[in-house]
Design a protein around this ligand. Structure first.
Ligand code: R2B
Ligand code: URA
Length: 302
């Protein structure tokens, strides 16, 4: 039998705290029984939008046959409007807002929450949206390696005025399993490739339609050509810090993002609202299929 994997924090100062207040969740060790509330969590899903993460828990509850007959899924973080959190059985769904800082704050508190709750063998997924590079819009990209905007497989954090570089490796076997799920589902194109993570949606992603732009169309196309040559399939804004922090805490992690447009063809999101909503459901459908497969295999004793 394999031994169980804990969720690790690496901070000796935490031992000195009598209560740990998870401020942006409006939860804490002194006020909440975290092992009772979260001890059975095995799958965590994080995504930018609060409404999408609510829809996700409703979707997953229906898929797993765990629906609340009254369709009531209370927001566990109702005491704050920073993030939302929903739970159904072993599945937790949490929003993280846009960009690295917002996701990093949420993940510090989420990792501590899972640690305090004594969770083991947790797998975590970021499900989100992105801009594709030479892919048909609506393609789902499972990330092989998150890269920063200079194509390095690193997340750089300034700590006490010094830049510290952290690895951005994700679990390769999980990525392959998700790709296989995409093939089995056969509902939409699913590919595996590198993902570039930027600090901005406009100038940071070589768009020509921000409030400011100091480069030409030619400069943009040259940069995007290099992006493609680096094996980058899509661009988003959280994958490097997500991978780095999950790796440090021993969480098995994957990033699954749908492409909303092909950045080699344009910058603006011109598809209809309905089309964009249907694209955003695709990562949910893929990970939903994955969980069902996992739980079935577990029930069969595999
Ligand atoms: C994808 O979409 C958001 C920007 O529109 C950002 O959070 C991301 O990574
Ligand atoms: N999210 C991004 O970060 N970039 C895009 O182009 C689309 C969604």
């Amino acid at each position: 039998m394999s031994c169980s994997r804990p969720v690790c924090v690496q901070n000796p100062h935490l031992d000195a705290l009598t209560d740990d207040i998870l401020y942006h969740f409006s939860l804490g060790t002194g006020t909440h029984d975290l092992p009772a509330m979260f001890g059975d969590v095995k799958f965590v899903f994080v995504g930018g939008s609060s409404s999408r993460m609510k829809l996700f828990i409703e979707y997953i509850a229906a898929e797993l046959g765990m629906e609340d007959p009254k369709s009531e899924y209370p927001n566990i973080c109702a005491g704050t409007d920073r993030y939302v959190m929903y739970k159904v059985g072993p599945v937790l769904s949490v929003s993280h807002g846009m960009g690295i800082p917002s996701l990093a704050i949420m993940l510090h508190e989420l990792i501590k929450l899972l640690h305090h709750a004594r969770c083991t063998d947790v797998t975590i997924f970021r499900i989100g949206t992105s801009g594709g590079i030479g892919l048909e819009p609506g393609t789902v990209v499972v990330t092989k390696q998150p890269l920063d905007d200079t194509f390095k497989p690193k997340f750089e954090q300034v700590i006490l005025g010094k830049t510290v570089a952290r690895d951005t490796d994700l679990d390769q076997s999980l990525a392959e399993e998700l790709l296989q799920c995409g093939k089995e589902l056969n509902q939409f194109e699913t590919v595996i490739g590198n993902t570039m993570c930027t600090l901005d949606f406009y100038e940071g992603q070589a768009r020509l339609d921000g409030a400011f732009c100091s480069y030409t169309e030619k400069d943009k196309q040259e940069y995007l050509r290099k992006v493609k040559e680096a094996g980058i399939c899509n661009i988003e804004m959280e994958s490097t810090v997500f991978a780095a922090m999950c790796k440090m805490s021993g969480l098995r992690a994957a990033v699954v993002c749908v492409t909303l447009l092909d950045r080699l063809k344009g910058d603006q999101l011109t598809s209809s609202h309905e089309v964009l909503v249907s694209y955003q459901q695709r990562p949910q459908i893929l990970v939903g299929y994955y969980i069902k497969k996992q739980l079935k295999a577990k029930a069969a004793g595999n």
